[in-house]
Design a protein around this ligand. Sequence first.
Ligand code: GLU
Length: 303
Amino acid sequence: MDYQKILEDIYQEILPYSKVGAQADYIPALAKVDPDQYGISLKTVMGESYSFMKADKRFSIQSIAKVFAVAMGLSMKGESLWKLVGKEPSGTAFNSLVQLEIEKGKPRNPFINAGAIVVADMLMSELDDPEGEFIRFIRSLCGSDTIDYNMEVAVSERSKGYLNAAIANLLKYHGSISNDIEDVLMFYFKMCSVEMSCEELAQAFLAFTNSTPFEYAGYKMTSSQIKRLNAVMQTCGFYDEAGEFSYLVGLPGKSGVGGGIVAVHPLRYSVAVWSPRLNSKGNSVMGMKALELLTTYTQESIF
Ligand code: GLU
């Protein structure tokens, strides 16, 4: 399969979408990002690597960080993680409060903000140095020790993070988080502020592409846990557009409001794409299109 040519052809085809949508501006630091950027990187389990455009430029991974947090959570807590947070699609926006109130503080899944805040709280309760451990795990998955938090982005998100603060307060009211609300929020915003390139994200997600058990930075996942992580990405990785992504692309994946999307073709490849302009659901317009064309041209998906 000539993946390099496919990545280049895809770009030509999605160019008409290059001005559609806008970057997330509810996080002031992200409003400053040049929206007209694009990169893609695909890495196979056989060790081949294909990149196009700005594949080595780091950007804010935002909600993609939630996958790393769940991987650590599954590694440490196993199935008991699901006592804290569910694994059903929410069908609501990533920052919605509605379901959380009705369902008395148990978030539907770990990829909406409420669920990720609960997982952040759990990591804080279990680990002496959650911030250090979180970044060590990501660095180890990528084999890069320069990946880091961007404090300007984290502090900027906190300055306008009224909705996430409301979610954290509702969680605290229901006893779903145990640490101090402000500390949990700041850890959550820091996790979202991590910066990685498409190449680094594709490399990191190779661990979830192979079904081989792994250990990175002391965190072990079994084949079964890798399968389950992919299952939750498939059903819940794209907020209230999870069905659409599954329909158009046919791979498990996760998006972030920084404009990144990572997807996994189990036992074949991981692919990361980035373009900051988002659709109304918070997913990258060019990123969604690129992955739809990738599975169309290769005629490979999980279905
Ligand atoms: N930090 C973002 C928020 O909480 C993450 C959202 C996302 O990427 O979907 O709003």
